[in-house]
Ligand binder design. Sequence first.
Ligand code: ASP
Length: 338
Amino acid sequence: MKKRVYIVYTGGTIGMTATADGYAPVSGFLERQMADMRELTHRSMPEYTIHEYSPLLDSSNMTPAEWLLIAADIRDHYDEFDGFVVLHGTDTMAYTSSALAFMLDGLRKPVVVTGSQIPLCEVRSDARENLITSLIIAAEHAVPEVCLFFGAKLLRGCRAKKVHADGFDAFDSPNYPPLGIAGIDIDIQERFVRLPSSRPLEVAAMAQPVVGALRLFPGISGEVTRNMLQPPLQGLVLEAYGVGNGPENNPGFLEALTDAVDRGVVIVDCTQCLRGTVDLTDYATGSALARTGVVSGYDMTAEAALAKLHYLFAIGLDPGEVRNQMQRDLRGELTLPE
Ligand code: ASP
């Protein structure tokens, strides 16, 4: 029996065509292109069904409402298919792959998020390779987690980051090894892959919380920080310097953080660096932040931290429980210190 893959087509460059305004997605275009690809009917390829979303979106236009739509779509077709491929724009792909990792609780089948830098219809496109290999991985390989496949690398979805604006090697997971590499063979690194969940798949009903992100910069004022933290904000990813440091000589800034934490805002300290982990005990500038009540995001990407904050508030946890869960490893998104 041929394996069956469900393709969720959300938009992005992969399916775009040239229009008078530049590249844009056009309904039905990608499916027609794929129908003309003889390699997709090869006996080594799975059968697939495409669900094209309307409207097709450039991923810069996506919101958490679309994350939930995709998660619910996968849940609704979960039993009928062996694996899932999500075709998505690259700009916010790492946010969506992080969010899906949290939302699809109890996953036992592969969900592979992919896209391309050049549309499938173009001669020099990277879409063909990304699409074909993602379909094979979703159908044939034992990776029961949300992954992101791009430029020959299979990455954990909640560890991935867009690291190149125009290269074919656009994604990396700087703090976690690739789950696989597609060379002559598709080599899955089993020791890095999560075990299948023992629970049934569930996508919780979700509220729409208000979370945000603030990247520290030299000279940030207490006023800017306080404005950012105003109600109705519930959670903030604070992208701090190095191992999680910020200005300890800036009382306005520190007071704005303390006041927000006292009101129940959950502030998660992540690093602006590409690699490495937050440690708020290393420097006085880190301890000053810790004293305001911010919690460590350890080595989480800012994308995963934002998606996780959103998810935890969306499922209705109170701020105390969100704080706890932010500091625990839920889906392989962070490494706790030994
Ligand atoms: N702007 C596009 C998007 O994210 C870029 C891409 O798909 O590569 O939808």
